[in-house]
Design a protein around this ligand. Sequence first.
Ligand code: NAD
Ligand code: UD2
Length: 309
Amino acid sequence: MGKVLVTGGAGFIGSHLVESLLEDGREVVVFDNFSTGKMENLPKDTRLTVLKGDVGKKEKVVNLFGSFDFDTVFHLAAVASVAKSVENPEETHRANFDGTMYLLDCCVKFSVSRFIFASSAAVYGDLPGLPKKENDPVKPQTPYAVDKYASERYVLNAFALYGLKTSALRFFNVFGQRQDPSSPYSGVISIFVDRALRFLNGEDVEITIFGDGKQTRDFVYVKDVVKALLLVEKSKTAYGKVFNTGTGKETSLLDLLEYIENITGKIPPVKFAPPRKGDIKHSCADISMLKELGFSPQFSVEEGLRVFF
Ligand code: NAD
Ligand code: UD2
C-alpha cells in the first residue's frame, strides 16, 4: 500500500487527521509551509514524514510526487482565513486555487487512487434557506469562497474527466483542540474558550459578542470531521461528489456561553458590539448525504467543549 499525503497536515484539522491515519497504521507524509501550521501539532512517529513546502509552487509539488508513491491525497492546505483572502487575494489564490490545480494534475499523472478536498460552507454565502443542501445555489462572496468553490468544481470534475476518484467535503464551523485563537477572525469557540481559560487563571479578560449573540452556526467537533474525511475516503459511492460536513444542528453564541458557564462555573464579562460587516445570521448543514455513508456525529457542542476544561 502506498503512502497518504496530507497537505496542511500541521494545521488544526490536518493534525487531527494525521493522528487518526497513524492510529490506523498508515504511512503518512505531511506537506505544509508552516504559515499557520506548527511542528508541535504533530506526533513523533516513524511512519510520519514531515516536509516543509508550498502547494502554490508547481515544481515543489511535482518533486514531491516524484519522491513518494502516494495512493491517497487529503488536500487541506489553504490560507484558511477569509479576512486574509480579502486583504491579499492574489497571494491566497496561489495557495487556495493554484495549489489544488498542481495537486490534481500530479494525482492524474502519477495514478493516485483517491483525492479528498477540504471545501467550505463559505461557498453558500448569505443566500436564504436552511439547512443547506449540497445542490442548493451557491454565492461565494470572498476570494476565499471563490477559490474553494472553483477548486471544488475542478476536483469533482476530475472524476468524470480523468477517472481520478475525487470527493470534497464542505466543512461548516469546525472546533476543537489546536485551533489557534490568536486572531479576531479565529473560530469563535477557540476565542471564547481561550478567554474562559484565562479568566479562570485570574486574568482580566472579556468576551466580545458581535451582534445580539442569537446568531447560530453548525459547530462540528474536529474528531467528527476526521471521521467524515475517513468515511468519505473509504466510500466507493462518494466519487465525484461533495458532502456537507456539520452536525445538522444550530447553536447560538449565547448557547455557547451558557454551555461554557455550565462547565466552568463562571465566564468573563461579556461586551456586545455591532454585528460584523457581512456576518451571516444563521448557518446549518443538511447532512443527509453524509449520513447515507454511515456518518453520525459523536460529539455534541457541549461534549466537544468539555474536552477543553
Ligand atoms: P489551519 O490554518 O490550521 O490549517 C491550514 C494548514 O495549511 C496550515 O498548517 C498551514 O500552514 C498550511 N498551509 C497554508 N498555506 C499553505 C501552502 N501554500 N502550502 C502548504 N501548506 C499551506 O486551518 P484549518 O482550520 O485546519 O483548515 C484546514 C482546511 O479546512 C483548510 O483548507 C480550510 O480552508 C478548511 N476549512 C476549515 C474550516 C474551519 O472551521 N476550521 C471551515 C471550512 C473549511
Ligand atoms: C466561518 C469561517 C469562515 C468562513 C465563513 C463562511 C471559521 C473560523 N470561519 O465564519 O472561514 O468559512 O464561516 O460563512 O470557521 N464572533 C463573536 N465574537 C468573537 C468572534 C466571533 O461574536 O470574538 C461571532 C462572529 O461575528 C460570527 C460568529 O461569532 O457571528 C461566528 O464567527 P466565526 O468567525 O467563528 O465563524 P463564521 O461563521 O463567521
